[in-house]
Ligand binder design. Structure first.
Ligand code: ZN
Length: 327
């Protein structure tokens, strides 16, 4: 996947521009039938504007004067045109080309950089038909169930207190997402809500217009292979430059020599470029230490804020609830 997305997005812009130019033609045709006076004014404005432009190439004694005269005539005609349109209940720019994005004028670029609307198109294209799209719909903050976390004082803090404090940090993270350079590491037993919470965050950030990419660590390794052996630059661009990369289930990937080296290089480059990551893992800190080389481990400990999830397996609790409801 994700090959040729740039081409597809550029095609979409081309289509938008074509649609808008057709719509303008339609409006002009209508105006010719129904507002001939305005069409006359437009023609006059066009003629005067051309004259004005040609002034630069002509040697004339009274150039300044002619320039001023033409300019004020054009301004007056424009005013007259707008008045006529507004009188008819139309927008003053009814007979001008419309842009759906006023920043990039539907080109996708502002200068040499990609416009925000390009990113939005990329997100839509990227998440079209993806499983993650279904996950985001299913897992949202409003469905987050604090009651599944025990209040028992046998642990300090209790799983409930613990998750409440994690939720608060996560809210703040989302609120300050633009400014923060923080990376997050969620760890804890399976089934304590790490993936659920990462997905809630992804949904929230995507809604705010950020480009979040979700990968299991295994699919990330597959992607890194694809990049290395097939020169898939577009894929690298997505993984490297997205606003947040979620790496789920770190530790479940096959730890080949390739995986270890590439994973380290990748994470390291992202850290150097200050590209945010959220990693979740079922491994304990000790497991992480023994599974990964010192250099990966020390990046994870030094450059990520650690959140330890606690509690019983929520999936078991939910299933038990379902059984009770059925029984
Ligand atoms: Zn734009």
């Amino acid at each position: 996947m994700i090959r040729g997305y740039h081409f597809l997005i550029m095609e979409e812009y081309e289509k938008i521009r074509q649609e808008e130019s057709n719509a303008l033609l339609e409006r002009k045709r209508w105006a010719e039938q129904n507002m001939p006076r305005v069409v006359d004014i437009e023609k006059k404005i066009a003629r005067l504007s051309l004259e004005l432009a040609m002034l630069n190439f002509k040697q004339k004694d009274n150039r300044e004067e002619t320039f001023e005269r033409l300019k004020s005539e054009i301004i007056e005609l424009r005013g007259e045109k707008m008045e006529a349109l507004v009188e008819r209940g139309l927008s003053p720019d009814y007979l001008s080309i419309q842009h759906r994005c006023s920043k990039c004028l539907d080109t996708g670029y502002v200068g040499a950089s990609k416009c925000n609307c390009y990113k939005q198109k990329l997100v839509n294209l990227y998440y079209k038909n993806s499983d993650f799209n279904d996950m985001i719909k299913k897992y949202s903050f409003k469905d987050f169930r604090l009651d599944l976390y025990s209040n028992s004082s046998s642990e300090d803090p209790s799983p409930r207190k613990n998750i409440e404090s994690i939720l608060e940090s996560v809210y703040n993270y989302i609120q300050n997402f633009e400014k923060t350079e923080e990376n997050l590491l969620f760890y804890g037993n399976p089934g304590v809500g790490k993936t659920f919470l990462s997905t809630c965050m992804a949904g929230e950030l995507l809604n705010k217009g950020w480009f979040v990419v979700y990968r299991t660590s295994d699919s990330l390794i597959q992607n890194l292979k694809d990049i290395k052996f097939n020169d898939n630059d577009e894929l690298m661009d997505v993984l490297m430059n997205c606003d947040l990369l979620i790496i789920d289930d770190l530790g479940t990937e096959l730890t080949t020599e390739f995986a270890k080296v590439e994973l380290f290089n990748f994470i390291n480059t992202k850290l150097l470029r200050k590209k945010k990551m959220l990693i979740s893992t079922n491994l304990t800190i000790d497991n992480l230490k023994s599974k990964y080389q010192e250099r990966i481990f020390s990046r994870l400990m030094g450059d990520f804020t650690l959140y330890k999830f606690s509690g019983d397996d929520l999936r078991i609790k939910i299933n038990a609830e379902k059984r009770r409801a059925l029984g």
